[in-house]
Design a binder for this molecule. Sequence first.
Ligand SMILES: Cc1ncc(COP(=O)(O)O)c(C=O)c1O
Length: 394
Amino acid sequence: MIDPLAARWRREFPIVSTCTYLVSHSLGAMPRRAVESVQAFADSWMTRGVRAWSEGWWEMGRTVGDLLAPIIGAPPGSISMHQNASVAQGIIGSCFRYDGPRRKIVMSSLEFPTNIYVFEGFRRYGAEIVVVPSPDPVRQDLGQLLEAIDETTRLVPLSLVLFRSSYIQNARAVIEKAHEVGAHVILDIYQAAGVIPIDLTALGADFAVGGSVKWLCGGPGAGYLYVRPDLAPTLEPAFIGWSAHAEPFVFEAAPIRYADAPERFQSGTPNVPALYSARAGYEIVAEIGVDAIRAKSQRLTRHLIERASEAGYRINTPTADAERAGAVIIDVPDGYAVTQELIRREVIVDYRPGAGIRMSPHFYNTDAEIDRAMDVLADIVSTVSSTDSRSQEL
Ligand SMILES: Cc1ncc(COP(=O)(O)O)c(C=O)c1O
């Protein structure tokens, strides 16, 4: 069977010819184009020196944000670039007060730890943190989350895709409820951007954060922050720097005169090399189109799930295509040790305690790679279990 995406793109991602690379939920493969782009950064620094700032570096946060925008359904000028998603969360938190009646921050216990750690820190400013427990490690009960959101809620950080299970949460329902009671939703789209279609504008999301390391194949250091265009001018973030000033090169005394969005959410000097590397990944994802990536991802993850079910493994990921994003989590005994052995045998995956072995195909992977990974896994599992039964006999 012809796989046009693999045929077109595998040679552009050198690592996939050296191993079975099934870890794009953690670190997407590096495109050759990123090598050229990072080289262009080095050349401009080396040959243009300080002039590089006025020859593109200074505006790069905005231009790179605008490349990302269509991938996540955001308009131009609505995205600022930051070191990572954690920093972006902190900036959002700093836009609000927590000393009045509206001071609750509500989230699920299944959120990525950053989202909980950052907002826990806002207790010192008066925030009340409500973490809705989820006995089910795969899905947060929507009703319980909605119930916790009320007229005293300020913010609801919500992962569109849960990192431990790849479950796609019902962002629309959460945003509707939050808006009904006057709260804002921060969508964490890190595990979604580049692998499932997202339309931030249609969803009415107030904020979105994420990074470029995973499905966007953009490398580390290029986090992003989307702010709803009509909301942005009403916000005055406290966690900013001189780049957020309307005229940063005037070096005025405080208080700051805020720039318009997206620069008003900026801190200091932009992370230029990371922006060069991220640009290449965004271009490729946009060129392929997220719909085509999603169709292939669903086919290959379905294949993974079929193989895992045949082998009788526990699957900690929704099996329904519509509920599942790009990763499949398989729980086998001694999962951590099994993962180490998979990696030793050149099947590159990762392991999360309480979840299992995370495996994820992206547009550059093939059906044959899924079969290879599952064959190697079966071999390791049978070796581990026969070693276990021998040790029990002793
Ligand atoms: C859903 C989600 N949010 C946030 C992060 C981390 O963000 P950052 O390291 O950019 O702060 C991750 C990383 O794995 C993630 O999966």
